[in-house]
Every structure is written in C-alpha cells, then in structure tokens.
Ligand binder design. Structure first.
Ligand SMILES: C[S@@+](CC[C@H](N)C(=O)[O-])C[C@H]1O[C@@H](n2cnc3c(N)ncnc32)[C@H](O)[C@@H]1O
Length: 281
C-alpha cells in the first residue's frame, strides 16, 4: 500500500474534512497532510485512488502506472464494439439514459456556432458530434489511441489529442481557454478528489471567465440510491466511482462552485458546474 520500489513514498492528502474521527492512518506510511489542498498525489508513479471509502472509513489504495496502462488497454479493446453497445436502447444499468445524457449535456451548454468546446474522454465522438452539428469548434481528448482512431474515422476534421486526464502535465494543445468544457460517461473513472482537482485545473487554466462545465455520467442522488441500483443490477454491476450528488455538493459548494443536477434515468444524469471566480493568470 503506497509503497514504491525503493521505499515508502509520501502522499498529499486532500481535505481531511472527509476523514471521520477515530480513523487511523497506517503508521508506516509517510503522510503529508495538507488541509484545503486539492492536489492529487503523484509520486513515483503512484496516485491515491481513494481517501475515504463510502461508508466513511479511511482507506488508501493506489493506482500505479501499470494499472493505468491496463485500464487504457481495456478502452482500446472496447473501442471496436463501443458504438454498437451504446446504440442499443436500454433501461438497464449502466447505459439507461445514455442518449438522454448526451442530449441534456448539449442542451445545457446552449451551444452557439463558433463556440469552442473541449470534450474530455471523447471516446468515439458521440457527444462531440452534437456540438459539431451546432457549428462549434471541438477539441477532443482521450487517453485511448483506439478510441481516437474510431473518432477520426467518423469525423476526419475533428481536432483530437491523446492525453491522460489524471496526469498533471497535459499536452500543449490544451494550453488555451474554451467557452465550454463537456464530458460524458468518463469522470466515474476518477475518485471524487481527483474530479475536483481536474475540474479546478480546467476552470483555472482552460475555461473562459463566463464559461461552464457540463458533465453527463452515471450518477445517483445519494449512496442509498446507488446501493439500490447495485442490488437491482447485481449481475451486471461494475464498481466504479459514480457521482453521488450529495457528496459532490458537500465537496464543491463550500469551495464556491455552483452545481445544478439534472437526472435523466435511475442511474444517469447531468451536472452543470459553474466555477468560482479563480485568479486566472
Ligand atoms: C465510456 S467512454 C465515454 C465516451 C464518450 N464520451 C461517450 O459519451 O460515448 C469513456 C472514455 O473516457 C476515456 N478515458 C477514461 N479515463 C481517461 C483518462 N484518465 N484520460 C483520458 N481519457 C480517459 C476512455 O478512453 C473512453 O474513451
């Protein structure tokens, strides 16, 4: 746990407000505790995966470069069948509401021709397509080369960049500001603290001052709603880090973010994030 090949490494731990009293931090780990700091640890290729599990217990696992490679390979394989799978209408977890989520993201963006839109985890371009049809200038980002190949086949003129959103060093193609930042069915890969970290970076360095971030994904209003879906769909359930609206509000709103939530099915919905006024240098 948290051990690099050449010894123990340190972690930055964000916002210990989450950790309930009485939880013990593994004593053998060198831990740097930083309150109100949303940096995600990235030392010796290791990234904290969870700070506190959803029952409130402290738990630390890590995601290393190897597991990230495996995840990327899974998406590379999925690229071949992805459009077929999401093209089948369903009321089942996890894709119940997928089309409505795409449509709702598009509506909440209020796209105008010429608007610049950054699509995070573009996959095969199903969300980007709606913005291109509205005359927007879209830049798509994904870490899966095969997903990008599929998107390029479908939309040869679309600007695409390969990048892992969980790494702090993004390619220079991203060094600009966008009118809107969007994403669909991607952020459930990231722990809540990583979600906040990525959105804070985006809002600070990549979004115009009056911009907003619109995210469709698997999401539930509360943990009991997630647990019910997990029971009802136990045969197909996959444990990912699905958004919970109450815990998302609890993390974001005290930091000045406004969040509007639009459920589109029992397991999917759309968030419109309006960031606080960050110092934009
Ligand atoms: C379920 S697909 C969704 C694709 C598309 N947005 C849609 O709505 O159909 C998730 C996408 O996010 C990408 N992705 C996952 N983790 C990522 C990461 N850390 N950095 C960049 N892309 C990532 C995957 O490669 C995949 O293309």
């Amino acid at each position: 746990m948290g051990k690099s090949d050449d010894g123990y490494c340190g972690f930055w731990i964000a916002d210990l407000g989450f950790i309930k009293k009485g939880n013990e931090v593994a004593p053998e780990l060198l831990i740097f505790i930083v309150r109100n700091d949303t940096r995600v640890s990235k030392m010796a290729g290791i990234m904290i995966r969870w700070l506190v599990n959803r029952d409130g217990r402290f738990e630390m696992t890590y995601q290393d470069e190897h597991s990230q490679k495996e995840l990327r390979a899974d998406f590379d394989n999925w690229a071949q069948t992805y459009d077929q799978e999401v093209g089948i209408p369903t009321d089942d977890f996890p894709f119940a509401g997928y089309d409505r989520a795409l449509e709702t993201v598009w509506q909440k963006v209020e796209a105008d021709p010429g608007m610049s839109v950054l699509d995070l985890g573009i996959g095969t371009g199903n969300l980007a397509k709606l913005f291109m049809e509205s005359g927007c200038q879209v830049l798509g980002v994904d870490f899966s080369a095969e997903m990008l190949v599929k998107t390029r086949e479908k939309f040869p003129k679309l600007e695409l960049v390969q990048a892992d959103l969980t790494l702090d060093e993004w390619p220079t193609a991203l060094n600009r500001r966008f009118d809107r930042i969007v994403s669909n069915y991607t952020f459930h890969e990231f722990p809540l603290e990583t979600k906040l970290h990525i959105l804070t970076l985006l809002a600070t360095d990549h979004l115009h001052a009056d911009g907003r971030i619109v995210i469709g994904d698997v999401m539930f209003p509360t943990l009991p709603a997630l647990k019910k879906a997990k029971e009802d769909f136990s045969d197909v359930w996959d444990d990912e880090i699905y958004w919970l609206t109450d815990e998302t509000r609890a993390l974001f709103e005290p930091r000045g973010w406004a969040l509007a939530y639009f459920p589109v099915s029992f397991c999917a919905g759309v968030y419109v994030f309006t960031p606080p006024a960050f110092d934009t240098v």
